[in-house]
Design a protein around this ligand. Structure first.
Ligand code: NAD
Length: 488
């Protein structure tokens, strides 16, 4: 265990899997090590990469749990587990999120302001749904009474990305468990600690053993889950490339259900009547939060020509100034941290280098300091139409700005992409706002805001940004399937 972990009150073993209510030795001999991206120091070693035997063991225990006492929990008993879990997390979450800060570079300053409330809201919201899942009834006009039940799917698996591991865990676990399923969680190989630490809290809150299990590992463990014949659903969040592999694996195995929450290249469209300060605030925060490592990052900005100079002036000045906010993510005052690891850092640097040949670099582009994975806030203008930096998700603090003349033109520019996760429309004209938000092809559109989501309303992508929805009532639908009962 590294110095970073010594002294933390951690009742967990990072060298074990969390199976059937206990930290359990892995069958696999393969392990991985994780590092702190602020200085590349070692955080933990010998984290197991769960193999086929381990995955099978977790699935068997999950099936037993699905058919065990959990199946006869009343809706209010399930809700009580949610409420107890929310209360337990009130005290324990800060420590758990600090663990993930060590390997993601997510600043601990986000814990009280964002993460804690977000996760609590998610649990309280779905606790309220446990007794509101209705079926349907159709009368016997043709001699048959028709009843429709919404039944849980059984053993589900969550395969999570590195950037916001514990929030991803609860976003999936809450609707999954509220509808009576059981869940195996596979956190990213880059950030497994927080998810491992959360495991036992479920039993402490009253969920039976095996209802929630945590398997650490890399893509090989994820692939075993995606191909497993007795896993009934994969809820995946991550890159488009991995999402495609999971869908293929699901099709080639048992046609398990798949929800895909994938990447984005979210356009912000700023019209000339917009409140300029508000537009700059949202687009700037939307690319700097978690140093650009969020799926809904506002990475493409379109500004109407008549205000382009003024917007660009304000935006670039503030992006330049934001460089001073980057620092040690474990210090509470730090606003922005490093990228998650050296491969991410090198990938983003490579894109910036190539971007210089295809667009005008006007802010940033360099490493901050000479230790760790820090990249300056970066702005490109006037990209070539096919520039990689303009077309592809960067997953770093890098924005591209382009100007436009007409509404027609900007709708076509915003939609000329395979991504379709989030967009923002900035204008004071409500008619235009509604018209454009309807025409932009993405799962979520903000009006006078961007890069924001809400637990009550569906969240997810169109086109290659994925399918299926998380949040709101819609997440309950993707964790259940209707069954029709005909009564003669
Ligand atoms: P990634 O695709 O590299 O990895 C995600 C997870 O998939 C990891 O747990 C990994 O181990 C696993 N995995 C890798 N190969 C696999 C395989 N063949 N089969 C099964 N599982 C496999 O993604 P990442 O780099 O961790 O995350 C960044 C990406 O996630 C970005 O594209 C970002 O936009 C996206 N993301 C999307 C959302 C959303 O809600 N839409 C939220 C956060 C992140």
């Amino acid at each position: 265990m590294s110095d970073a972990l010594i002294g933390l009150p951690i009742p967990i073993s990072f060298r074990k899997l969390y199976i059937n209510g206990a930290y359990t030795e892995s069958h696999s001999q393969q392990t991985l090590s994780i590092y702190n991206p602020k200085d590349d120091t070692l955080v933990a070693t010998e984290i197991p990469i769960a193999d086929a035997y381990d995955v099978d063991l977790a699935v068997t225990n999950a099936e037993t749990a699905f058919n065990g006492p959990w199946a006869s929990f009343t809706a209010s008993q399930r809700a009580e587990c949610f409420y107890r879990l929310a209360d337990l997390l009130d005290k324990r979450l800060p420590m758990i999120l600090r663990l993930d800060s060590l390997t993601t570079g997510n600043p601990v300053s986000l814990i009280p302001t964002r993460e804690k409330g977000y996760i609590r809201n998610c649990l309280l919201y779905y606790a309220g749904w446990t007794d509101k899942m209705r079926g349907d009834y159709y009368p016997a006009d043709d001699g048959f009474v028709k009843l429709v039940r919404h039944e849980p799917l059984g053993v589900c698996a969550a395969i999570n990305p590195f950037n916001s591991p514990v929030a991803s865990l609860f976003i999936k676990a809450a609707p999954c468990l509220a509808t009576g399923n059981v869940l195996i969680i596979k956190p990213s190989e880059k950030s497994p600690l927080g998810s491992l630490a959360v495991g036992p809290l479920f039993e402490e809150a009253g969920f039976p053993p095996g209802v929630v299990q945590v398997l650490t590992g890399d893509g090989s463990t994820g692939a075993l889950l995606a191909r497993h014949m007795r896993v009934r659903k994969i809820s995946f969040t991550g890159s488009i490339a991995t999402g495609k592999k999971i869908q293929v694996a699901a099709a080639e195995s048992n046609l398990k259900r798949v929800t895909l929450e994938l990447g984005g290249k979210s356009p912000a469209v700023v019209f000339d009547d917009a409140d300029l300060k508000n537009a700059v605030d949202w687009t700037l925060n939307g690319i700097l939060a978690r140093s650009g490592q969020v799926c809904v990052a506002s990475s493409r900005i379109y500004v109407q020509k008549s205000i382009a100079n003024e917007f660009i002036k304000q935006y670039t000045e503030r992006m330049k100034a934001a460089a001073t906010g980057f620092g040690d993510p474990q210090i509470p005052e730090t606003k922005y941290g490093p990228l998650a690891d050296s491969p991410s850092f090198e990938r983003v640097q490579g894109m910036i280098m190539r971007g210089k040949k295809e667009a005008d670099l006007v802010v940033g582009g360099n490493r901050i300091g000479d230790v760790g994975c820090f990249i300056e806030p970066t702005v490109f203008l006037n990209p070539k139409d096919d520039a990689e930096i303009y077309r592809n998700e960067v997953f770093g603090p890098v924005a591209v700005i382009k100007s436009f003349d007409t509404e027609e033109e900007v709708v076509s520019l915003a939609n000329d992409t395979e991504y379709g996760l989030m967009a923002g429309v900035f204008t004071k004209d409500i008619n235009r706002a509604l018209r454009v938000s309807q025409r932009i092809d993405s799962g979520v559109v903000g009006i006078n805001c961007i890069s924001v989501m809400n637990i009550q309303a569906p969240f997810g992508g169109k086109k290659a940004s994925g399918y299926g929805r998380e949040f709101g009532e819609y997440a309950l639908r993707v964790f259940t399937e209707p069954k029709t009962i005909l009564i003669k």
